[in-house]
Design a protein around this ligand. Structure first.
Ligand code: SF4
Ligand code: SF4
Ligand code: FES
Length: 287
């Protein structure tokens, strides 16, 4: 632990005085103060990648807006989380993302922000087709639908040094051609993937989902009003990973893990992720 982490820092956020420690970020202080900031590439169990910039705030004395998720606090900071400049910047981020990516399956927060920030993706012309691509159904466990990917890098981090250390996926190409891919874009079963599904667990847009969820959504059977989450302990070994099992009408449709659990930290292996009932409903032809 940082030896200074117990010392106190005073700062001002939206006109109110706050206390923090040197280990705090602007985001963590805002969260503790009840100020909601939007985040996309941030996850509490990953190192901030600073790729989306939706969490920006205005810091007095700083020429550029600063990302709240990664910027550590310092004594005397004066911050605005809702100035006109901040709101315009967030709106622009949302517009640019939704003008080229299908966010219809994004988590509910992201869909609410599109309304809250009055994002109008049509201002940027017709939806960009450059990132449009067919969903990859290459195995019986999960689907990679990169037409819904905002390139937040969370899956790459979870597959790499932050959790799984498999390095099966990374970002290929640049600009509008950029996409998450395996090495040489080989099919996932031929790659280094071990099917832990940690990438699914952190994906905020529905680009990575269980096969059963994909098929239910495509067929119109997906119905959140008939779903319930049960938290339990993985039965496969003595490590004690926690599972959050989402079931619809008692059929398991998704398995995640709470990010704040001291054993699993939001990550699982193939047994916990796919071995507790979210069974493949069919074996698609590789594409
Ligand atoms: S399932 Fe695990 S190993 Fe495979 S790509 Fe996702 S994070 Fe990497
Ligand atoms: S697939 Fe999901 S987690 Fe990976 S970069 Fe795209 S949006 Fe982020
Ligand atoms: S959430 Fe802070 S840069 Fe993406």
């Amino acid at each position: 632990m940082n030896p200074q982490s117990n010392s106190k820092i005073s700062l001002e956020i939206d006109g109110a005085q706050c206390e923090a420690t040197p280990d705090d970020t602007i985001l963590s202080v805002c969260q503790a103060s009840g100020i909601n900031l939007p985040t996309i590439c941030f996850a509490s169990n990953l190192t901030p990648a600073n790729t989306c910039r939706i969490c920006v705030v205005e810091l007095e004395g700083s020429r550029a807006l600063v990302p709240a998720c990664s910027r550590k606090v310092s004594e005397g900071m004066t911050i605005s989380t809702n100035s006109a400049r901040v709101l315009t910047s967030r709106k622009m981020v949302l517009e640019l993302l939704s003008s080229s990516v299908d966010l219809a399956r994004a988590d509910t927060d992201m869909q609410a922000w599109l309304t809250d920030y009055e994002a109008d993706p049509s201002r940027h012309g017709p939806a960009a087709a450059t990132v449009s691509q067919a969903a990859k159904l290459q195995d019986t466990l999960y689907v990679r639908d990169y037409a819904r990917c905002v390139l937040c890098y969370k899956c790459v981090q979870a597959c790499g040094v932050e959790a799984q250390h498999s390095f099966a996926i990374t970002v290929a190409n640049r600009g509008f051609d950029a996409t998450i891919a395996t090495e040489f874009d080989i099919p996932l079963p031929d790659s280094a993937c071990v099917y832990c599904g940690n990438c699914i667990g952190v994906c905020p847009t529905g680009a990575l989902i269980f096969n059963i969820e994909f098929e239910m959504r495509e067929s119109g059977e997906w119905d959140e009003s008939r779903q319930a989450t049960t938290r339990t302990v993985c039965p496969y070994c003595g490590v004690g990973c926690n599972l959050e099992i989402l079931a619809q009408d008692e059929t398991v449709v998704r398995v995640t893990s709470p990010a704040d659990h001291e054993v699993s930290h939001g990550h699982l292996c193939i047994k916990g992720r796919f071995g507790t009932g979210a069974a493949p409903v069919s074996a698609p032809e590789p594409n």
